[in-house]
Ligand binder design. Structure first.
Ligand SMILES: [Zn+2]
Ligand SMILES: [Zn+2]
Length: 404
């Protein structure tokens, strides 16, 4: 799959790129649009560009076309009276969600007015005005100005506050940004049903295949839902995603994966702890972890079994290979919480992992997608590895600092 192709003309471009055989790198030695993130990988195998025939203009055209198609498809999928719904409710508060309230899905067959914070990278993209070369400013990618087209598939992280805006303040944590474009739907407080509806509102009519990763379910557990009911909601979400109609030749079928959630101290007491909690959800979370992994193993072709597992994050565990234990073992090997890894200070409030843990989790999500597209070699991405990646990055930053 990975070939080395050395590329033409411009001396800066005469380095070896890891790339696919379908890929033809445009000659961007004239004032260029940046090469779209992921270009030359199976996520975006490339356009058939002629280096001698203004490839940058063709890329610009492709970008502008993607923008108008994406926006038109989205608006067309809204309920017919969406303008009236907006008119009636928009003034009621800034949390009126025009994405979720103006769409009907299998979750809400009659459209329902919804107020919440809804972060959507796709929405930002659709409202961005194209700049020179047809690019737009993307806040999550390393390449900050890039094409509206970022691949032949859409990797989409669908999450609650667990990973909403996981990159945090990049000027503080020095994270350079993602090297492939991953869309994010982030709804703090979002249950599986809400996330499902939001996803369908944004991507349900897209003819480009999607790869969905859900990082959520804690809000459902907090509201007292049991594991089988949460799995039922996830299955409905999965069925809708797998039934999405994609264009012929558009890169295959869509996929759906779920990450196992962390066990927040606010709702779970570990077996070795002496704490007492009236509604201890440890058993629910353990069963849910098991069932999510079963759900992911359903169809090995979808590669969902490689979804990140966050159930040991924020916990101190005995040293075992994290990819091997299930909830039964988990009860034996998790010894206590790693308090500093949680954002809140006291157990009765601890629900969110802190910013640096969330950044590591986000990187694990990115890694999952890169494995899915064959950009990096597979394997589970356990937290041990994520910690190792962070350590290496810190060391290389330190080295750079001394090299100055
Ligand atoms: Zn919404
Ligand atoms: Zn981007």
């Amino acid at each position: 799959m990975e070939l080395s192709i050395s590329v033409h003309k411009h001396p800066n471009l005469q380095r070896k790129e890891k790339t696919s055989s379908m890929f033809k790198l445009p000659d961007l030695s004239s004032p260029p649009p940046a090469i779209p993130p992921g270009y030359g990988t199976s996520l975006y195998p490339g356009e058939n560009l002629d280096p001698n025939n203004s490839p940058e203009k063709i890329l610009e055209e492709i970008s502008r076309k993607r923008k108008s198609t994406e926006l038109a498809t989205f608006v067309k999928s809204k309920v017919k009276n969406y303008r009236d719904i907006r008119k009636e409710n928009f003034h009621l508060g800034k949390k009126y969600c025009s994405i979720c309230s103006e769409y009907s899905s299998s979750v809400f067959p009659q459209s329902q007015v919804i107020f919440h914070n809804h972060n959507s990278s796709k929405s930002l993209r659709m409202s961005a005005a194209p700049r020179r070369w047809g690019v737009y400013p993307c806040s999550s990618c390393k390449t900050q100005l890039h094409s509206f087209k970022t691949g032949i598939r859409h990797p989409v992280l669908v999450t609650s506050s667990l990973l909403n805006n996981w990159q945090g303040d990049k000027s503080v944590n020095q994270y350079p940004g993602d090297d492939i474009h991953v869309d994010m739907i982030g709804i703090p407080g979002g249950t599986v049903r809400i996330l499902h509806h939001a996803f369908m509102a944004e991507f349900g009519s897209s003819s480009t295949p999607v790869d969905v990763l859900v990082v959520g379910t804690v809000n459902d557990v907090m509201r007292g839902k049991d594991a089988p009911k949460i799995i039922r909601d996830l299955r409905k979400f999965k069925n809708d995603v797998l039934s999405m109609k994609t264009r012929a030749g558009a890169g295959g079928r869509s996929t759906f994966s779920v990450a196992t959630p962390p066990f927040p101290p606010k709702i779970a007491v570990l077996p070795y702890e002496e704490r007492v909690l009236q509604d201890n959800r440890f058993e629910t979370l353990s069963t849910l972890t098991n069932m999510i992994r079963e759900l992911n193993r359903g169809d090995p072709r979808l590669k969902s079994f490689k979804a990140p597992t966050f159930h040991t994050w924020g916990l101190k565990t005995k040293k075992l290979d994290p990819s091997f234990y299930g909830p039964r073992n988990l009860m034996e090997i998790c010894t206590k919480y790693r308090d500093p890894q949680w954002r809140e200070k006291i157990y009765t409030e601890m629900v969110h992992l802190n910013d640096s843990s969330r950044l590591r989790m986000g990187k694990a999500v990115l890694m999952f997608f890169k494995v899915l597209y064959g950009i990096v070699e597979s394997k589970d991405i356990p937290k041990v590895l994520a910690l190792e990646i962070e350590k290496q990055e810190k060391e290389s930053r330190k080295r750079k600092h001394y090299d100055r």
